[in-house]
Design a protein around this ligand. Structure first.
Ligand SMILES: C[S@@+](CC[C@H](N)C(=O)[O-])C[C@H]1O[C@@H](n2cnc3c(N)ncnc32)[C@H](O)[C@@H]1O
Length: 214
């Protein structure tokens, strides 16, 4: 996906992927970490899930292309931030350090992002937002940013891509298992076709989310 695709979405406020109440399965399945653990949220949009992670006692770093998403995130949640510019390997990032909560919101291309080694990963609508040819790089980059002892949660979408196309793309279990190439357990499979009229109207009879943890 070109960066312009996502920048346009944010400029036109076409952010149907955003969940006003966060993702229901996060609460149920996110691994229990020790107090103060660091959680990386790639391609974070303006997800409220970052607030839930902070409420659990974790420090959160979100990485997102769109500065509109960052500004919306702070404004809509009644938060403020100190903004600074950072160069990583010659690439520009704007870093929003939240004043009230342990949240760092980094604006820039995730593929150029480099930071600490994180204790955990939370991926909702990140891997599945990327076309197949980008997914191996994405997983490799996530893994390079995680400690060997890391935990995490990835949510994939699974549907018949010969009937409808993404994003969100369908990422089959075999693909994720092969890309991740490490311990990963599928703990949930949720059928959403009745709640997603958009997919039903495209002719799909099933649209599932699969929840993975390690
Ligand atoms: C489908 S949205 C999901 C957002 C968020 N995870 C959520 O659950 O609401 C995908 C997001 O990834 C961002 N994005 C796409 N490519 C990116 C990249 N290379 N680096 C950082 N963010 C990116 C887009 O701007 C968009 O906000």
């Amino acid at each position: 996906m070109e960066h312009s695709f996502w920048h346009n979405k944010w400029q036109l406020d076409q952010v149907g992927f955003h969940q006003e109440n966060g993702h229901p399965e996060l609460v149920k399945y996110f691994p229990k970490l020790s107090e103060g653990s660091s959680v990386l949220v790639p391609l974070c949009g303006k997800t409220k899930d970052m607030l839930w992670l902070v409420e659990q006692g974790y420090r959160v770093t979100g990485v997102e292309l769109s500065e509109i998403a960052a500004r919306d995130f702070f404004k809509e949640n009644g938060l403020t931030a100190q903004v600074s510019e950072r160069k990583v390997n010659g690439n520009d990032f704007n870093v929003f350090q939240c004043d009230q909560l342990p949240i760092v919101f980094v604006v820039g291309d995730f593929f150029n992002f480099n930071g600490e080694s994180f204790d955990a990963l939370y991926d909702r609508a990140a891997l599945i937002a990327l076309p197949q040819e980008m997914r191996a790089d994405y997983i490799r980059h996530c893994q390079s940013l995680l400690k060997a002892s890391s935990h995490g949660l990835i949510i994939t979408t699974v549907y018949d891509q010969s009937v409808a196309s993404g994003p969100p793309f369908s990422v089959l279990d075999e693909e994720l298992i092969s890309l991740w190439n490490g311990h990963l357990e599928r703990v949930g499979a949720i059928e959403l076709i009745e709640e997603e009229p958009r997919w039903k109207s495209k002719g799909l009879t099933s649209f599932k989310e699969h929840i993975w943890v390690w």
